[in-house]
Design a protein around this ligand. Structure first.
Ligand SMILES: [Zn+2]
Length: 254
């Protein structure tokens, strides 16, 4: 099935089960998100990720309310930086994957909001970091789950910054520039994860996306989620899809 990554056709989170009518890929057999059964996951040994130097420094990002999420892209032509400078290799993936955007999914209340579930458990929010191999257009997405915390971790205020800035972008196409340190947002090499083949979780839901779903949870303060829910959108997540005959791998020893 040939599906492009971009589509201007209207869609909403009100009824994701309607998506396949307009986006045929959404009815495919390798869709995301899924409920990951940790007992069924097969161990595989993956090397560490190697990130470019901009992964570890404060970089300027542009947050945009695109009507479905608030996506953060690298701000172009500022201080001479470009998408070419932010990438990773390794982690068991073939080739060089360039940063595309990161964004957050959430739900109406703390019982919903994550896209992936782990052993049937849902989480209040899930962050996605999208990367692309420009040679073959292969997408790799990193997913992180959140748990409610009483207060923000003083050593890591990156997600507080994201939530504060995003909740001000109340109208579609509103934008704001904000600096983030990707390594503090992700801590990718310090966390255990699951790996499987799936799809984009937004229309057109194109398949052939390599998913890395991290296990360690990131703390988020409920007030910040409430601001996003009240100021922007009430819920921005797709429910889990059938796993069918896919295998989920894990990078940790039971
Ligand atoms: Zn996403």
């Amino acid at each position: 099935m040939a599906c492009s990554e971009e589509s201007n056709e209207y869609w909403s989170y009100d009824d994701p089960s309607e998506w396949p009518k307009h986006f045929p890929c959404a009815g495919g057999s390798s869709q995301s998100p899924i409920d990951i059964n940790s007992n069924d996951a097969v161990f595989d040994s993956y090397p560490l990720f190697t990130f470019s130097s901009k992964y570890n420094s404060n970089e300027l990002f542009t947050l945009t309310n695109n009507g479905h999420q608030v996506a953060a892209t690298l701000t172009q032509r500022t201080y001479g930086q470009s998408d070419d400078d932010l990438w990773f290799t390794g982690g068991g993936l073939t080739g060089q994957f360039f940063f595309v955007n990161f964004h957050l999914h959430w739900g109406r209340n703390d019982r919903h909001g994550s896209e992936h579930e782990i052993d049937g458990e849902r989480f209040p929010a899930e962050a996605h970091f999208v990367f692309k191999n420009r040679q073959n257009n292969q997408l790799a997405v990193f997913a992180f789950h959140f748990v409610i915390a009483d207060q923000w971790d003083e050593e890591n205020t990156e997600w507080e910054k994201y939530a504060d800035a995003a909740s001000e972008l109340v109208n579609v196409n509103d934008t704001m520039n904000c600096s983030f340190n990707l390594s503090r947002l992700m801590k990718a090499n310090e966390r255990e994860y699951f790996r499987y083949m799936g799809s984009l979780t937004t229309p057109p839901c194109s398949e052939n996306v390599i998913w890395t779903v991290f296990i360690d949870k990131i703390p988020i303060v409920e007030e910040s989620l409430n601001e996003l829910r009240q100021n922007l959108m009430k819920k921005v997540y797709r429910p889990v899809q059938p796993i069918n005959d896919r295998t989920v791998y894990r990078n940790y020893v039971n």
